[in-house]
Design a protein. Structure first.
Length: 365
């Protein structure tokens, strides 16, 4: 049976035309993802929204025919098939739910939510609306990590018993809302650690986590309940005994822009991902056996917009709910475990985030 949804969508049989998209939040990431999608010709961008006139001007250069607006409501008034959300983290869950309830598929910047409670509500809304939802977990779309995953899945590393991952950013965010736990949900773990956890789980096919422990620091001292951590070290133990160790930070003294790495240790071999010369964008991957190595991937690799493009492609084929999105709740649950608390949404009235609506982020993460 073929089901017909809003705007001529045919659930389960693809679209009758190009998806019509709206964008909310036109900071660096929002514009980059819009440029990536626009460059494919796979969708029509019908509405863009930001509270900054300068951001709207830059967005207009990418999508000159789009309606310019300031709010999500304005975008939804254009009846888009999908909405790309790149606003501050405090708005992600609420805006995703509203877009889904309006009948639009959603592509949201990470994190999807500040905690697992919010994430469950978003996924429930996507299931109820039977609409596709995805999060911009962009690093899993690097060729380097894809090649490592292929090696793991074909068994060339043997049984994986340990994984080490790091993401250290010498700069740190420059938006004030990142440092308010009510708005951000957390610090470098929420910003960078989310990528590390996702990278490990994606390569290993989302195994079950048995235990988690963590040490969080703020300005060189153990972080308190109201602090935003700028350094974190965490250990996840899987039910099969494999151990995942991760570390992430803002403003660590590195001698370069960033250190990003992933090491997968197996009984028959190892695989490593390394950023090149401090780059946020260029990665090498190698397979190791004893003292010998072979290259799996090397720069250049234009991976930044692949998650967004994959979402648009999947939506054109079938805009209905994809059960793979259930794993977004698992990811939020693990972050909650790292923070050692089950966070609840901020008290009512919720914080005024309007001064921060210029963008979700002006960095590559």
């Amino acid at each position: 049976m073929q089901l017909t949804g809003i705007n001529g969508l045919r659930l389960g049989r693809g679209l009758t035309r190009k998806p019509r998209l709206g964008f909310v939040g036109l900071g660096w990431i929002g514009r980059h993802r819009m440029q990536a999608i626009a460059g494919t010709g796979l969708a029509d961008i019908v509405a863009i929204a930001d509270t900054s006139a300068a951001a709207l001007d830059e967005g207009r250069d990418i999508a000159p025919g789009a309606v310019q607006a300031q709010t999500l409501d304005d975008v939804l008034a254009q009846n888009p098939d999908g909405v790309v959300i790149a606003t501050p983290s405090a708005l992600h869950a609420e805006q995703s739910i509203r877009a889904l309830q309006a009948g639009a598929a959603v592509f949201c910047q990470k994190p999807l939510a500040r905690n697992a409670i919010e994430a469950r509500k978003v996924i429930a809304a996507a299931q109820a609306a039977n609409r596709l939802i995805a999060t911009d977990l962009s690093y899993r779309h690097t060729t380097a990590l894809h090649r490592i995953r292929q090696e793991v899945h074909k068994g060339s590393l043997g049984d994986i018993f340990a994984v080490d991952l790091v993401f250290h950013n010498v700069f740190g965010p420059d938006k004030a809302w990142f440092y308010d736990p009510r708005l951000s949900g957390g610090g470098c773990v929420m910003d960078l650690g989310v990528h590390l956890v996702d990278m490990a789980l994606w390569v290993l096919d989302f195994p079950d986590i048995q235990t988690a422990s963590a040490h969080l620091y703020c300005k060189g001292r153990p972080a308190g309940p109201q602090d935003i951590e700028d350094f974190a070290a965490a250990t996840l133990t899987l039910t099969n005994g494999c151990v995942i160790r991760l570390a992430c930070s803002w403003r660590l003294h590195l001698g370069m822009d960033a250190v990003i790495a992933a090491d997968f240790h197996g009984t028959a071999g190892g695989a490593t991902l390394r950023n090149h010369d401090g780059s946020f964008y260029d990665f090498f991957a190698h397979h190791h056996t004893g003292t010998t190595s072979r290259t799996l991937a090397s720069p250049p690799d234009d991976w930044g917009g692949r998650a967004a493009i994959q979402w648009v492609t999947q939506m054109a084929e079938d805009p209905g709910y994809d059960p793979a999105a259930d794993r977004l709740v698992v990811l939020s649950e693990i972050l909650d475990m790292i923070y050692r608390q089950d966070k609840t949404p901020p008290p009512s009235p919720r914080p005024d985030v309007r001064p921060f609506l210029r963008s979700a982020s002006d960095g590559p993460g």
